[in-house]
Design a protein around this ligand. Structure first.
Ligand SMILES: [Zn+2]
Length: 444
């Protein structure tokens, strides 16, 4: 018999894929009809493409439904009525939540949610937290000020819904947060990888507290790829003496993916609440088999106020070859979210993903957690400079570290780097998301 306690929803999380697909088709038709009937923007998009709700009879048919991109949402929101344009599917008085995207480029997109949507957010986060071992006995600390962003705010409500005790640590500074974790015997935490490492550094080097001796035994990551980069994850797990789990979500989509307690080297898609398609970027065909990367097209199957239907998320993902040993039938993505199409840049004609550099740097022991990558031009040739810090007391290892960096970076990325060693503490520190990758070439 399956141990039902492993799963937040033992029925949905173990439903055979054929039945999941029946559910997905049913839900897709429902959300498509909803958007068609209630959003002027969606209706006109679909009319232009010549597709009506009755045309959707199989999961294959949904490929005729036009994709939506973030830039389109930005355009809609420039128009009346303020602030959501003509895509809002409910009367304004039914909107209970305002959020905005936290992207680094361009105008933020505003995101309305109804109370039902907000409960859906909490439900989707409950799948994540339960799979990562959160239980009602846990005391959960959230060292993050929610501001206008949804990150961790929905995790907060999910933890409450599950019966955990939630400690909001938003306005405290880093030292006060560490003392609070120590005082209360906190058992779980949610933060960005940058901040998880930054907190550990402050505890160890400025307060004389070894974070691995504290009581935190599980940490949920969001906001950056580090939770799925093995070397970064290892650093976080060793620093805190805790299991570190990744999850993926976005303001305009929802919390759609999570790593389970087995840590299979990838993340499950929440197939009951989302429909994920992987599209080959060149041919546009849908990829069903493992081992081929493509970009994610995603539908939030239950979201009401501003539907997310076939949203082109720019995330690069790939199906895992085997199902997960945890018993969940929700599909598995190999390596989580591998990158984003707009993060990948061409240097000297070679495609470079920033996460490949992170994986190398974080795998070398004598280096600190911080690094910075600057791409510019030396006359008219691309040049990449990698700035790193040696940990105190490791200066004598510099030649061997330098050799390893050159070799491993060449192997992983096929590129040569100028290495710039800095004193420990000289590179900038970040509280939430780091800006480590700077492309200063004039065409960018
Ligand atoms: Zn699993």
């Amino acid at each position: 018999m399956i141990d039902e306690q492993i799963y937040w929803n033992p029925v949905l999380e173990t439903l055979p894929q054929e039945k999941i697909q029946v559910l997905q088709l049913h839900k897709f038709k429902r959300i498509f009809q909803w958007a068609y009937d209630h959003s002027k923007f969606h209706r006109s998009l679909y009319e232009k493409a010549g597709i009506r709700p009755d045309d959707i009879r199989s999961l294959k048919d949904i490929r005729q439904v036009p994709k939506v991109e973030k830039a389109m949402m930005r355009d809609i929101q420039q128009k009346e009525p303020f602030p959501y344009g003509d895509a809002l599917c409910v009367p304004l008085e039914e909107v209970t939540e305002f959020r905005q995207t936290s992207g680094t480029t361009g105008q933020p997109v505003y995101q309305p949610d109804t109370w039902q949507d907000w409960e859906w957010w909490a439900e989707s986060w409950s799948f994540i937290l339960w799979a990562q071992g959160y239980r009602p006995i846990d005391r959960v600390f959230i060292p993050f000020g929610y501001n206008v962003f949804v990150a961790f705010c929905a995790g907060h409500y999910a933890a409450e819904k599950m019966g955990c005790e939630v400690v909001p640590g938003g306005v405290l500074d880093t030292k006060a947060r560490i003392l609070k974790i120590q005082e209360l015997g906190v058992t779980a935490m949610m933060a960005t990888p940058t901040y998880i490492l930054g907190m550990a550094d402050t505890a160890k080097n400025r307060m004389g507290i070894d974070p691995s001796t504290l009581t935190v035994d599980k940490i949920t990551c969001a906001g950056e790829p580090g939770g799925s980069i093995p070397t970064t994850k290892k650093r976080m797990e060793e620093a805190w003496g805790a299991k570190v789990y990744d999850h993926a979500g976005a303001t305009e989509i929802g919390a759609w993916s999570y790593e389970c307690h087995v840590q299979p080297g990838g993340m499950h898609v929440n197939d009951a609440l989302f429909l994920v398609e992987i599209e080959d970027e060149e041919s546009g065909e849908i990829i069903y088999e493992p081992g081929r990367q493509g970009k994610m097209i995603i539908t939030a199957l239950d979201r009401q106020a501003l539907p997310c239907i076939r949203f082109d998320s720019k995330d690069i993902i790939e199906w895992a070859p085997e199902p997960c040993p945890c018993g969940r039938t929700f599909r598995l993505l190999k390596g989580g979210v591998i990158g984003r199409t707009d993060d990948i840049t061409k240097v000297k004609g070679v495609l470079l993903a920033p996460s490949a550099i992170e994986e190398v740097v974080r795998g070398i022991e004598g280096l600190s957690d911080e690094y910075e990558v600057v791409i510019d031009k030396d006359v008219d040739v691309d040049r990449i400079t990698l700035k790193i810090e040696l940990l105190p007391g490791r200066e004598s290892e510099r030649p061997s570290i330098e050799g390893r960096l050159i070799d491993e970076l060449r192997l992983e990325t096929n590129l040569r780097y100028n290495l710039e060693f800095h004193d420990y503490g000289a590179l900038p520190r970040y509280d939430v998301k780091a800006r480590r990758f700077k492309d200063l070439r004039p065409t960018h």
